[in-house]
Write a protein that binds this ligand. Sequence first.
Ligand code: ZN
Length: 412
Amino acid sequence: MPPRRLSARWVLPMGAPPIRNGAVLLDADGRIAAVGPDAEVPSPPGVPQSDWPSAVLLPGFVNAHTHLELTGFAGLADEADFSAWIRRIRALKAERTPAEFLAAAREGLASCHAAGVTTVADTGDSGAVIQALAEAGGSGVAYHEVFGPHPGQWRESLAGLQQRVGELRRFVSDRVRLGVSPHAPYTVSAELYVAVARYAEREGLPMAVHLAESEAESSLLHDASSAFADAWTARGIPLPPLPGRSPVAWLETHGVLGERTLAIHVVRAEQGDVARLVRTRTAVAHCPRSNRRHAHGAAPLAAFLEAGLRVGVGTDSVASVGVLDLLAEVRAARALAGLDAEAALALATRDAARAIGLEEEVGTLQAGRWGDVAVVAIPDADAAEAAREAVLAGGPGDVAETVLAGRTVHRR
Ligand SMILES: [Zn+2]
């Protein structure tokens, strides 16, 4: 990749103050060599330059929760009831071939790039997304899902997961990480949670869990009521042990929370749950539009941020939200927690990178980080705050160019 230099009316590095008439120099390794005022960033002879007089350069956005293998399922699952919706998704997935999952993952990743998103934290069980990420040169974490609600099947589920992890390791690089995802408390037994958590710990694998998302999930764990409990009973699956705990407390009991764990949704945080997440240093992927779509309620985002939790915003899948629009998620998060523009944008850049453990690599524009840049077209902005607001008001269509490790992966 030849070096290149980008300049624009504004640069929002997200780890340093905004720069009016700023520039970013990317080196031949796809890393950032320099960021600063246009006049101070070197302009080596022969290095191609792109200038955007009406745009903002930001770190490529980080989407803290996707299911890119579900690309193409937008509008195909309109069930209001959450357990019925999940059954519908399962049925749709059962009809897809591995080649179709791969095509979906590639298309989903391309749509991320077109929206300025350069890093994703993705969960799925086809293995297609990590392959698509590897082909594209990154960037993100692919958490391979494992299911198994019956306590008698944990060994088989774990063995299946270990085999898939072994096969998928060939796609791992310094830009693509592999993790595991014991799916959710209504699809995973206590025994399987314990076994996967130990395996992840042993192998140093990051973990993602859908957690405290629906009322039905909370009821399953509290008193074995709800549609999930009925479904388990109908299938002859013993109900979860240790009733009376919140989903967050239940997972802590089974060793699942921790610094390398990403808790997705966490809408139904109960008494003491925020402290549990803080104590275990668990990160949160906040998906406000998906939570709204499924009528799960609003997550206590302000409490998470006040407590110092690592939080990033995520879109969840197109089957939930239709179009992956990370800036719309940021606006929803901002409204929910009363955030200023800087704090809101951080949820899709710096803070999201921290939540998934990639803060040394992406999420800010600074020398040494990967040259992942989102170029967002804005109307004229005289002040940094106006530039931030203009970015926040935008959507996927406002992204003029997306650069991944110095290489253009989208141009409007
Ligand atoms: Zn999800």
